[in-house]
Design a protein around this ligand. Structure first.
Ligand SMILES: Cc1ncc(COP(=O)(O)O)c(C=O)c1O
Length: 374
């Protein structure tokens, strides 16, 4: 494998991407007006079987837009998992609301319905379950608790486009589903995001707030303080072409998942994210090395780097971030997110990754783990 780094992720543009982008350039419609935005939103909504899809400039602001449209405001509490990408919690802070951190399950690494139930107070308005690494959480149980307490549910599906729980797409269980199209995601638009919903009122509010809060019937009249969160026609052109290939992408990701699983499944040193009633879309194949220390995990990543294999640590728990070390956010302990974060490592996963590269990565992981254990 010498001479070529095996990247952790890389995009694939083998469909109509160039053709559609060229079309936007030739048409002159390069900003946030143009046919591709409408086509991409329509195709995305159809894929999910929902009424509305609202494209945004990235996934972080898709979350903020959803929270703002849902009326989340100062001092409201929003439950978020402690183990996630920082944007999930930050989007709550952008509303001046309080992200109440919640531990995750040790098996699927997603928000624990039992733990989050205990965190609900009179001020709790919403919950953001995240389907981490493309692996859906226990969304049915989460919805049951949320509905019993009249909480708004905003699913963070940034990593989980195409994932299913009990046959239904993630993002369609809650009030709003939010997606990211960053360069390493299941489909990409460079930067990009999407909110989906069946709720007409929420959709209308998201469309207005996305466009500076402008009245939809009266140009340059602003009823609300809004944002410029729009997607460009060029981004949408790439997105539409990528969406056309989604089923193929998911099949390839399944293949990569199965090949890694065949190598790691029966190893006593390795713990894998469990899959129950879900379709995991294998955003980035991630595993835990049993009882490894933080130093040991970092040494493993260094060993892989020497073999020209890129890897990533699992996200650090949000409660460890300096600006989240505040008693309002931290209520209780987070043993599971701390353990998964310390022991977890993500391995190369992308369209175009070859079988021999997957085997090479798996061999390198075993070699390093055994060397460091002996
Ligand atoms: C779980 C999660 N939420 C939100 C985001 C934010 O998306 P973006 O990078 O498009 O802003 C990401 C992106 O990496 C993510 O992984």
């Amino acid at each position: 494998m010498k001479g070529k780094m095996i990247n952790i992720a890389q995009p694939s543009f083998l469909g109509n991407e160039k053709k559609y982008v060229l079309d936007t350039l030739e048409s002159g419609w390069i900003s946030s007006i143009g046919k591709y935005i409408e086509c991409f939103e329509k195709a995305f909504a159809e894929y999910h079987g929902v009424k509305h899809a609202i494209a945004t400039h990235n996934g972080t602001i898709a979350l903020h837009l959803a929270l703002a449209a849902a009326g989340i405001k100062k001092e409201d509490e929003v439950i978020v998992p402690d183990l996630t990408f920082i944007a999930t919690a930050n989007s709550v802070r952008y509303c001046n609301a309080i992200p109440v951190l919640t531990d995750v399950e040790l098996d699927d690494w997603n928000i624990s319905p039992a733990d989050f139930r205990k965190k609900i107070t009179a001020r709790t308005k919403a919950i953001i379950p995240v389907h981490l690494y493309g692996n859906p959480g226990r969304i049915r149980e989460i919805m049951e608790v949320a509905r019993a307490h009249q909480l708004i549910v905003i699913e963070d599906c940034a990593e989980a486009l195409g994932a299913k729980y009990n046959g239904n797409n993630t993002g369609t269980f809650g009030d709003i589903g939010c997606f990211s199209f960053f360069g390493n995601k299941i489909i990409t638009t460079g930067e990009g995001g999407m909110c989906i919903t069946n709720n007409d009122e929420l959709a209308e509010r998201m469309r207005i707030l996305r466009d500076h809060g402008m009245n939809r019937c009266r140009k340059y009249w602003y009823d609300h303080l809004g944002f410029n969160y729009r997607m460009t026609n060029m981004q949408a052109a790439v997105g539409l072409a990528q969406l056309e290939q989604l089923n193929d992408f998911l099949e390839i990701r399944d293949h990569i998942y199965n090949r890694y699983m065949n190598r790691f499944r029966s190893s006593p040193e390795i713990i894998l994210q469990s899959v129950h009633e879900q379709r995991n879309v294998n955003w980035i194949f991630t595993l835990r090395i049993k009882d490894i220390t933080l130093t040991g995990r970092n040494a493993l990543m260094e060993d892989l780097k020497l073999k020209e294999i890129d890897s990533r640590p699992v996200f650090y728990p949000i409660h460890q971030m300096p600006f989240y070390q505040h008693s309002d956010f931290i209520r209780g302990e987070f043993p599971n997110s701390t353990t998964i974060s310390q022991e977890g490592i993500s391995l190369p996963t992308y369209i175009g990754l070859q079988d021999k590269e997957i085997d090479y990565v798996a061999d390198a992981v075993f070699e390093s783990v055994q060397k460091n254990a002996s």
